[in-house]
Each structure stands twice: as C-alpha cells, then as structure tokens.
Design a protein around this ligand. Structure first.
Ligand SMILES: Nc1ncnc2c1ncn2[C@@H]1O[C@H](COP(=O)(O)OP(=O)(O)OP(=O)(O)O)[C@@H](O)[C@H]1O
Ligand SMILES: [Mg+2]
Length: 225
C-alpha cells in the first residue's frame, strides 16, 4: 500500500511542486497519473521511490515511512519499489543481462539465482535471446523493456513508470503497456505517469489528475480527461 499524508514538496521558496497531497493506493491497483507538464507527476513518483524527501507530511510504503528510512534501508525499499525512468537510464557499456543483474547484485543473489531470475524477467518483457545485446544495439521499445525488466527483477511489489511510452510510436507504446498490464495482473501495483490519451482511455483504470501540484480528480475506471 502507498499512502501520501498531507504531502507538500517545495524545491525552493517559489517552486512548490506539490500541495498537501492525500492519497491511498492499495495493493494490486493500476493507477494512471495525468496532468500537464510541470504538474508534479514525476515529483510524486520520486517521493515514493525515496529519491526525494517531502517538505511537509509523510509518504508510506506499507508500514515504512519513506522519508524516515535510514539510508541502509533504502536498498530494501528499492527492492519493493521499481522505477522505470522515461530516459531508461540503462548502463550503455553493460549488456541487457548485466543491466538487469545490477538490480539483483545489491540483493546479494548468487550467480545461479541471478541466471534463473534474469531468464524469467527476459520472458516477462519479451526479450528472450537478447541477454547479450548492448543498449545501443536495441530499439527504443526494446530498451524500455530492459528498463522494465530491471525495475521488476527484485520481485517489486510496486512499479512506478514515468511516461514509459513517451518516446515510442503507438504500436510500440501498446506493446509496453501490455507488458506493464501483465505485471499488474500478476500482482504488482502500478503507478504510471503518462500523457498518452489513447492508452488511458482504453484501459479504464483509476486516474489521478494533478494540476499545479494538487489532485483535482481521482476516479475509478476513468479516462484521460
Ligand atoms: N530538481 C528540481 N529543482 C527545482 N524545481 C524542480 C525540480 N524538479 C521539478 N521541479 C519543478 O517542480 C514542478 C513539478 O515538476 P515535475 O517534474 O514533478 O512535473 P511533471 O508533472 O512530471 O511534468 P512532465 O509532464 O513535464 O514530466 C515543475 O514546476 C518543475 O519545474
Ligand atoms: Mg515528469
């Protein structure tokens, strides 16, 4: 479960990205986060990932208050919460296998356990046979799938996806969405920030709309606007 309790985030005295956000997302939910550029979507996702600290209020992931986690517990949070960045953030000098392995090495897995899990992950993201490719040898959609694989490799309970279809054509966007939907159906909660009207309208999921750092709409089975 994810809870935002009166969360505000100021980047500086005159940049207030979020105002007193209250929100609960239950286990297994699929939520689209929508709103114009600068509304505060990425800020919300980064707060859940423990990558930013709220200026006021608290963010909880299950019974952990993210903003009070000691630094040695952050890797455990990141095992529970996977983040897919819009620009992938793949390591360009590492293969697909190695990019996904990074997420498992910090969990202290043996080589045998890693091989097994990475094969499972490659299957989930439809990249079987591409373990030894480097990011530059792959299309954008394939690289996005590697990023999703890395995010879920530690058996994440929560997947945060920040505009995962932002740079993709409609067909590839749907391929990515299908993979994320399958991950959700297998039990992982998903929060996906997106500007993709077609996907949001077709999926009929919970939609949270942010405007100038405030929640202006939170509806089940909803549409982009
Ligand atoms: N590191 C930062 N330092 C200062 N201001 C920031 C920082 N990151 C974001 N902001 C500001 O906070 C506000 C919210 O930004 P955020 O990135 O959360 O928006 P967003 O909804 O993700 O937008 P987009 O759709 O363009 O990705 C914006 O006004 C932005 O300029
Ligand atoms: Mg953003």
């Amino acid at each position: 479960m994810i809870v935002f309790n009166d969360v505000s985030k100021k980047y500086s005295a005159n940049v207030v990205a979020l105002h007193e956000i209250n929100l609960t997302i239950s286990d297994g939910e699929f939520v689209f986060l929508v709103g114009s550029s600068g509304a505060g979507k990425t800020t919300m996702l980064r707060l859940v990932f423990g990558d930013l600290i709220p200026t006021k209020g608290s963010v909880f992931v299950d019974d952990w208050e993210v903003n009070k986690l000691k630094s040695n517990l952050i890797p455990l949070l990141r095992r529970k919460v996977g983040f897919v960045f819009q620009d992938f953030k793949l390591l360009s000098d590492r293969t697909v296998y190695e990019n996904i392995a990074v997420a498992l090495e910090i969990l202290g897995r043996t080589k045998k356990e890693m091989d097994k899990r990475i094969n499972e992950v490659l299957e989930i993201v439809s990249l079987v046979g591409k373990a030894n490719y480097f990011p530059r040898q792959m299309s954008w959609g394939e690289q996005q799938r590697v990023a999703i694989g890395r995010a879920i490799a530690g058996e994440a309970k929560i997947l945060l996806a920040d505009e995962p279809t932002g740079n993709l054509d409609p067909k590839t966007s749907w391929e990515i969405l299908k993979i994320i939907d399958k991950i959700n159906k297998d039990g992982t909660s998903v929060i996906m920030a997106t500007h993709n009207v077609d996907i949001v309208d077709s999926m009929k999921k919970r939609v949270i709309e942010i405007y100038n750092g405030r929640i202006v709409r939170d509806e089940k089975k909803s549409k982009y606007s």
